[in-house]
Design a protein around this ligand. Structure first.
Ligand code: UT7
Length: 316
């Protein structure tokens, strides 16, 4: 378990933004084209509606621009763009190249694909770049999953949607916000959630569910141990927004009451790389971090990846 050195160059969030697919699709809309219904979807997933439409670059540009504006900085002062996505617009080049140009950045840009753990992977990578001398990094998590969903498959079409969340990280004096982190993957579970190039998502939902709770709890506990904090000290928990039952089960096992948990899945569906920033920064979250709060972010996804981080919120 990596320990952050005491003399590390730390970072903090100075701006953020979000974006959603432009078309709202309700559960009733889906029930017109497949054998499902609003009551089943709400009960089994917690999802009421989702937003689809828009490319990964379009949504990333919108959320990234909002984050830069909130930070009040010149885009030319950003040293790197890290875009977490599992649905790039093209195989080559990386979608981050399109976004870098559109936002007027002059810096390195690359994509990270860690499925639904992607934003936390990207955020931890950005802290590493700042530890090595970068001043400002733009981190974006975006997915346009509606393009890889088979809209006749009720197993997946009810869950997945489109969205984006972005944050500007700036070097700060001292240790900064990151207290502990964990990254994990288990490629032996590849077949339970995958999409071939140009194909649709295939998912063994029950098996993903079973593993998801275990790996979220495991990763969260590793991050908390690295940070030297216990679950009762956490003020806000921001889990991957896949299914409300996965969220409640994992938080119950961690000993975190639901009033501390940011939930937007009812409004957004599962937006993969965008889900954690949408819950942390978006308009639909029930919990907001305040300066001084201890915040746990924890994701899981295809791969099967897991990622978590404990940060001391210090955005002012
Ligand atoms: O980012 C990670 C991405 N993936 C996930 O997080 C997925 C994790 N898994 C899940 O969220 C859940 O497994 C699902 C929501 C996908 C499915 O929920 P479930 O409680 O595991 O349902 P089930 O597959 O056990 O199906 C229960 C019943 C079955 O009927 P019978 O056999 O009991 O009569 C299904 O045929 O519900 C039926 N069913 C549906 N009914 C209406 C399955 N899907 C639907 C549906 N609408 N969409």
């Amino acid at each position: 378990m990596p320990q952050i050195p005491d003399n590390v160059r730390g970072a903090r969030f100075i701006g953020w933004g979000t974006s959603l697919g432009h078309t709202t699709v309700t559960n009733d809309d889906l029930s017109k084209t497949m054998d499902t219904n609003d009551e089943w979807i709400r009960e089994r997933t917690g999802i009421h509606r989702r937003h689809i439409g828009g490319s990964t670059a379009e949504m990333s540009i919108a959320s990234g621009r909002a984050a830069i504006e909130m930070a009040g900085i010149d885009p030319l002062t950003i040293d790197a763009l890290v875009l977490a996505t599992t649905t790039p617009d093209r195989t080559v080049p990386a979608t981050s190249a399109t976004v870098q140009h559109a936002l007027g950045l002059r810096c390195g840009a690359f994509d990270v694909n860690a499925a639904c753990s992607g934003f936390v992977y990207a955020m931890i990578t950005a802290h590493g770049l700042i530890a090595m001398g970068s001043q400002r990094i733009l981190v974006i998590g975006t997915d346009s999953l509606s393009r890889i969903v088979d809209w006749t498959d009720r197993n997946t079409a009810i869950l997945f949607a489109d969205g984006s969340g972005a944050a500007v990280l700036e070097r700060t004096t001292g240790h900064g916000q990151m207290l502990g982190w964990d990254l994990d993957a288990d490629g032996s579970a590849e077949e339970i959630l995958y999409s071939e190039v140009g194909g649709f998502v295939h998912m063994d939902g029950k098996e993903v569910f079973r593993r998801a709770v275990r790996i979220m709890v495991d990763s969260a506990q590793k991050s908390m141990a690295a940070a030297g904090v216990t679950a009762d000290q956490l003020n806000v928990v921001v889990p991957h927004q896949a299914n409300i039952r996965i969220i409640t089960s994992a938080c119950d096992k961690l000993g975190v009451p639901m009033e501390k948990v940011a939930v937007v899945v009812h409004e957004t569906g599962n937006t993969s790389s965008a889900s954690i920033p949408l819950a942390l920064f978006g308009d639909f979250g029930q919990v907001r971090a305040k300066d001084g709060d201890l915040v746990l972010m924890v994701g899981f996804g295809a791969g099967m990846t897991a990622a978590s981080a404990v940060v001391r919120w210090n955005a002012q």
